[in-house]
Design a protein around this ligand. Structure first.
Ligand SMILES: *Cc1c(COP(=O)(O)O)cnc(C)c1O
Length: 372
């Protein structure tokens, strides 16, 4: 089946008891036993499992082609639970360009607890090989990366991981399974901030892990999810399932607009550089064609000048909302260095753009008047 059909059917279970076409939200935290003290449907309590969450988790596994899906209260909760499944003394390899919360968790939570980590440029495969330690357990990739849109060769990096006895995890938030399927490129785990494209409407916080195999490590993460309770509410699960129904159509439409916007910005005299996987001048143009179906709807632009020029430009925009986050139906723009704070390596003239579902011509007209 094609992705759109899978996404729709994976999230569409009409209710057998009432015939309701849209499944109900199971808010109950506890589930009754029968006269023989059995749990007829297998549910006992909502922290370990809940029917609405289970439906979402099955859909997540289907979308990424994994054996097991798990959902969490946020992307960060998903990342944290995966790291909790490691042991003190283990080592993690993480890309230099990554969502800032991932290294922040490693530094502020897991380093004191006994994990060590190294940051490496994942586009430099020799550097990746050279950074492997004998206790490396996880190589954490994010591609396209945040905010520089660098591309990691998932097939090669997962081979490096497996040769070292480690697993390869891919944060697939920006690409989504519509554009990139890391498990098919031999990654072991896919992570998502479901807050972004999966839910797609900037109104729910959620996270996901999808495992290629149901092995001991997968079961350890499942146990931690159940014990520690970093789980989404049934209502949030229902909203994410609803979002997934339109994931394909949204991401493809947003990508089509992003391509036109990137081309417009790339030729503009007030612009220094555009970072977008769909431009022929992207350094990994060939790898992108092998690894992704389409280049996606995220881009970063460096305007001529510094922070002042960048902030002046976005101050004049009328259609783009100046806000953090991404993947919703409305276009957002953000001065990333301001959000990341004084230790940020992000260039001061860089603006990150998440393209929404507005018409491309209107977005370009808005950018043009603000750059004038
Ligand atoms: C937003 C984001 C996260 C964190 O997810 P939350 O849902 O905000 O906890 C992780 N990785 C990437 C690439 C993100 O964009």
């Amino acid at each position: 089946m094609h992705f759109d059909t899978l996404a729709l059917h994976a999230t569409h279970q009409s209710d057998p008891t009432t015939g309701a076409v849209v499944p109900p939200i199971h808010l109950s935290t506890a589930f009754a036993r029968n006269e023989a003290n059995e749990l007829p449907a297998g549910y006992i309590y909502t922290r370990p499992n809940n029917p609405t969450r289970e439906a979402l988790e099955k859909a997540l596994a289907t979308l990424e082609g994994g054996a097991v899906g798990m959902s969490f209260g946020s992307g960060q909760a998903a990342t944290m639970t995966l790291f909790q499944a490691l042991r003190p003394g283990d080592h993690v390899l993480l890309s230099t360009d990554a969502y800032y919360g991932t290294p922040a968790l490693l530094e502020q939570v897991f380093h004191p607890w006994g994990l060590t980590y190294t940051r490496v440029d994942m586009t430099d495969l020799d550097a990746v090989l050279a950074s492997i330690h004998e206790n490396t357990r996880v190589i954490w990739c994010e591609t396209p990366s945040n905010p520089m849109l660098t591309i990691t060769d998932l097939l090669t990096v997962s081979r490096i991981a497996h040769d070292a006895g480690a697993i390869c995890v891919c944060d697939n938030t920006w690409a989504t399974p519509v554009l990139q399927r890391p498990l098919e490129l031999n990654c072991d785990v896919v992570m998502h901030s479901a807050t972004k494209y999966l839910s797609g409407h900037s109104d729910v916080l959620g996270g996901a892990l999808i495992f290629k195999h149901n092995n001991e490590f997968t079961q350890r993460v499942r146990q931690l999810q159940s014990l520690s309770g970093a789980v989404p509410s049934p209502f949030d699960c229902w909203l994410i399932s609803r979002g997934i129904k339109t994931l394909g159509i949204r991401v493809r439409a947003q990508t089509a607009t992003a391509k036109v916007v990137a081309e417009f910005l790339n030729g503009h005299p007030a612009v220094e550089t555009v970072h977008y996987p769909g431009l022929p001048n992207h350094p990994d143009h060939i790898l992108i064609q092998q690894q992704m179906n389409e280049p996606g709807a995220m881009l970063s632009v460096q305007v001529k000048g510094g922070a002042e020029e960048a902030l002046h430009f976005i101050g004049k925009l009328k259609l783009f909302t100046r806000a953090t986050s991404l993947g919703g139906v409305e276009s957002l723009i953000e001065h990333r260095a301001s959000v990341e704070g004084p230790n940020s390596n992000t260039p001061q003239n860089l603006l990150r753009i998440s393209i929404g579902l507005e018409h491309a011509e209107d977005l370009i007209a808005d950018l043009a008047q603000a750059l004038r």
